[in-house]
Design a protein around this ligand. Sequence first.
Ligand code: DQA
Length: 149
Amino acid sequence: MKKTVLVMHGPNLSALGRRRPDIYGTLTLPALDGLIKKRAEELGLAVKCFQANGEGELIDWLEKNSPRAHALLINPAAYTHYSYALRDAVEACALPAAEVHLSDISKREPFRRISVIKPVCLRQFKGKGELSYIEALEFLAGLIKGTEG
Ligand code: DQA
């Protein structure tokens, strides 16, 4: 059985490709998910991708899907900066987690420099566009490869 990585995209990432292409690039969300799935296949992993704009939808999905998954890759989008609810959900799911950002949040507006999600993730990947996701997936693959369950 392949190990499963949950891939979660937070609010407004549904508008990728149209939204601030100067910052986030021109790749759409389905195209990004396609790249992630392709790399996951090469790594021998299964991925389950989900995007929602609502905090509750993201938390419900994580709670429902985490018991059968092995790792979590999450771009919490704007929730990164203030959602203690999402932070607690990531902690509660107890999966090895990687936080991802297309842009370099450390070099943007001051409010973006804070991540309340970072302390419950093993690593943060940022500033490399879609490559941030690929590097995070490779990191998680290395972690869960050869583990039990
Ligand atoms: C983002 C950065 C966040 O500050 C922003 O709210 C996003 C996208 C990124 O991927 O660079 O929606 O998470």
